[in-house]
Design a protein around this ligand. Structure first.
Ligand code: ADP
Ligand code: GN1
Ligand code: MG
Length: 369
């Protein structure tokens, strides 16, 4: 995208200020994100995204979801019923639509940039982890009174283990790039752990784990922080859908409480970071303890394994399928991502009792006496 292209798209939106320059930004695996700077000091800067409509084909419904969620949270902030400081602000187009479709059929949306809007791919310390826990916990609580039926299921079965396992088996059988032989160990890992993972969907079916409106993509970098490392805003609301609270708990543990990066090659560097697990859990329970039921709390630890496993399974499926879903920046990145998830999952299994003790202790400390 040239500056001229970006300026043209910026001008389709009803933002304030004059376009100065745009640059690629963000570390997401799905959309193309650009930071657009405006010339005037008083005018805000903007975040422009080209929506990946292969992953999100129902763009209008997705944008309607985002507006429902942001206006719901915004009302709560105004009534001082939410500890969130800010909410994502969608900029309308000149014709008052919430996204713009260009002449090639690509869809674009623009958000007001939250400043300074610091996001972390790696957790710098436990305070940030605890803040992240509070923010993602508060997000579930804030949406607690939004009816699940009001939200369009943008990616049906997004965290369904049954569906992801079925997709994996299909990819394995089709084996389009003859990669199956190379990933025998990972396939064995899946077979060894899949039954235990099915405990979660079984509990969902009995109603013990209730469907709520959840974020479903709670990577640490989907929270923006201020200069004092206070959480300011939860972003990346594309996947807000009916889901389980433990999905949101689990995905931050996967991304924040690992001692390695998502695609770390040296597996010996990957372990569950227990102090970060504890700090995040403390913040999360601080927001949610009186809101979640006892099963939801009991299964938080298994939830972190569930999310780590399902991501490993999805990366493996994408590798076998020829890297068609996630953006990759080098050969075999999906395989490396998969291996890193499975190693982390192993470490989580080894520390399961320790994590459960931490959660139980936090519940005891935080329960009203
Ligand atoms: P993806 O789905 O590709 O992860 P995100 O919506 O998370 O896309 O955006 C990618 C990155 O862009 C974020 O991690 C964040 O750094 C930045 N970003 C997104 N929205 C905003 C915003 N409103 N203000 C400031 N930064 C933002
Ligand atoms: C994708 O958009 P991004 O990069 O935050 C993916 C998530 C995965 C994540 C793995 C719509 O998230 O489900 O957890 O990559 N989003 C979608 O890093 O598939
Ligand atoms: Mg993101």
């Amino acid at each position: 995208m040239t500056n001229q292209d970006l300026e043209f798209i910026f001008d389709q939106f009803n933002g304030s200020g004059t376009y100065l320059e745009g640059r690629k930004s963000g570390a997401g695996h799905i959309h193309n994100t650009y930071l657009l700077l405006t010339a005037e000091k008083a005018a805000p800067d903007y975040i422009l995204q080209k929506i990946n409509d292969k992953v999100f084909p129902h763009v209008a419904e997705m944008m309607t979801n985002i507006l429902k969620v942001t206006s719901h949270i915004s009302k709560k902030i105004k009534k001082q019923e939410s500890s969130h400081k800010q909410v994502l602000e969608v900029v309308r187009t000149n014709s008052h639509r919430n996204f713009f479709t260009d002449s090639r059929g690509a869809h674009w949306r623009m958000y007001r940039k939250i400043s300074p809007g610091i996001s972390y791919d790696i957790v710098p310390d436990e305070r940030v982890a605890s803040e992240a826990g509070k923010a993602f916990g508060q997000f579930i609580v804030d949406l607690g009174d939004l009816q699940a039926e009001e939200i369009f299921p943008v990616i049906p079965g997004f965290h369904s283990m049954e569906m992801r396992f079925e997709n994996f088996n299909k990819a394995m059988n089709e084996n389009p790039f003859n990669r199956v032989d190379e990933v025998k160990e990972e396939i064995d890992f899946v077979k060894d752990h899949i039954d235990r993972m099915m405990i979660i969907p079984a509990l969902e079916k009995t109603g013990k784990l209730p469907l709520r409106v959840t974020h479903n993509d709670t990577k640490l970098n989907n929270i923006l922080f201020d200069d004092n490392d206070m959480a300011v805003c939860v972003i990346d609301l594309d996947t807000v859908m009916p889901g389980l609270a433990l999905y949101d708990f689990g995905d931050t543990i996967r991304t924040a409480a690992s001692t390695g990066e998502e695609d770390e090659a040296d597996l010996d560097r990957i372990q569950l970071n227990i102090p970060v697990f504890k700090a995040f859990s403390e913040g999360f329970l601080n927001s949610t303890l009186t809101f979640l039921n006892k099963y939801e709390i009991e299964y938080l630890t298994l939830g972190s394994q569930y999310m780590t496993f399902i991501m490993g399974l999805r990366f493996l499926t994408d590798y076998i399928s020829g890297d068609v879903y996630y953006a990759t920046h080098y050969k075999k990145q999906n395989l490396r991502r998969c291996r890193a998830q499975f190693r982390l999952m192993q470490s989580m299994t080894d520390s399961y009792d320790e994590c459960q003790n931490i959660i139980n202790q936090l519940v005891k400390n935080q329960s009203p006496s």
